[in-house]
Design a protein around this ligand. Structure first.
Ligand code: PLP
Length: 221
C-alpha cells in the first residue's frame, strides 16, 4: 500500500538501519519533511502521523501554509532550506525556527542588523557550496573557516551547523565527509545533509538533519 504512512515507515526503517551501521542512535537524526508544493491538507496528514519538523524553501509559500498549521498543531518546527533574500528577512524570522542557507556575507550582515534591532535569531546553518559548482549557492569550502569565524565572532550570529547540497552526478559520500570535517573543526553540532536520493549515505557521514521531500510526498510536478 503506497500511503504517506507506509512511505514514512519505510523511511524510518532506512534511517534506523543507516544510523545503526554508523554506530549511531536513530534519534540523533532529525527527519525534516520537505513540504514545498505540498498542500496544507497533506501536511495535516503528516502531522497526524506524528511529524513535527518541516522544511520549506520559499518564504511566500511557507507564509501561506504554516501560520494556520502552527495555530492548530502545537510543536511544529519549520526550517527554511532555500535561498533567502535579505528583503524577506522580517517574514522569515517570524515564520521559521531554523535557517539553513546562510550563503553570503551580505545576508550575514543583514541578520546581524536584525539582531541589533532586537530580533531574536533562530539557529542558523551556513550553506557550503561543497562541490564548488557555479550554479549553486553557498560559501566555497576554502572560505568556510573564515566565514564561520566572522559570523560567530564579529557578527555574533547563532551559527549552529552547516548545510550542503552535493553535486548530483558524483557519489556524495566524499562531499558529506568534507562538510562534516569543516563542522568538526568549528565544534558545530548540526549537519544538514542528505535528501531523498542520498540520505542514508549522509547519515553514515554524520548527518543530524536530513531533508526529505519526494520520497515522502511523491514527485513534485
Ligand atoms: C526540495 C529540497 C529538498 C528535498 O528534495 P527531495 O529530493 O525531494 O527529497 C531538500 N533540500 C532542499 C534544499 C530542497 O530544496
Amino acid at each position: 500500500m503506497d500511503s504517506l504512512q507506509s512511505r514514512l515507515s519505510e523511511i524510518r526503517v532506512r534511517v534506523a538501519k543507516a544510523a545503526a551501521e554508523a554506530g549511531r542512535d536513530a534519534d540523533s537524526v532529525t527527519l525534516i519533511a520537505v513540504t514545498k508544493t505540498v498542500p496544507a491538507e497533506v501536511i495535516e496528514e503528516a502531522l497526524g502521523l506524528g511529524l513535527r519538523v518541516f522544511g520549506e524553501n520559499r518564504v511566500q509559500e511557507a507564509a501561506e501554509k504554516y501560520p494556520g498549521l502552527k495555530a492548530r498543531w502545537p510543536g511544529i518546527a519549520l526550517h527554511h532550506i532555500g535561498p533567502l533574500q535579505s528583503n524577506k528577512l522580517n517574514s522569515a524570522l517570524q515564520l521559521f525556527d531554523c535557517l539553513h542557507t546562510l550563503d553570503r556575507l551580505s545576508l550575514a550582515e543583514a541578520l546581524a542588523r536584525k539582531a541589533e534591532a532586537g530580533a531574536i535569531l533562530p539557529p542558523i546553518y551556513v550553506q557550503v557550496n561543497i562541490g564548488e559548482e557555479p550554479q549553486k549557492a553557498g560559501i566555497p569550502p576554502a572560505e568556510a573557516d573564515d566565514f564561520i569565524a566572522l559570523c560567530r565572532d564579529r557578527l555574533a550570529l547563532p551559527i549552529r551547523g552547516l548545510m550542503c547540497i552535493p553535486p548530483v552526478e558524483a557519489p556524495p559520500a566524499p562531499y558529506f565527509a568534507l562538510l562534516a570535517a569543516i563542522a568538526a573543526r568549528h565544534g558545530l553540532a548540526a549537519l544538514s545533509m542528505g535528501m531523498s536520493a542520498d540520505f542514508e549515505t549522509a547519515i553514515r557521514q554524520g548527518a543530524t538533519h536530513i531533508r526529505v521531500g519526494s520520497l515522502l510526498f511523491g514527485d513534485r510536478s
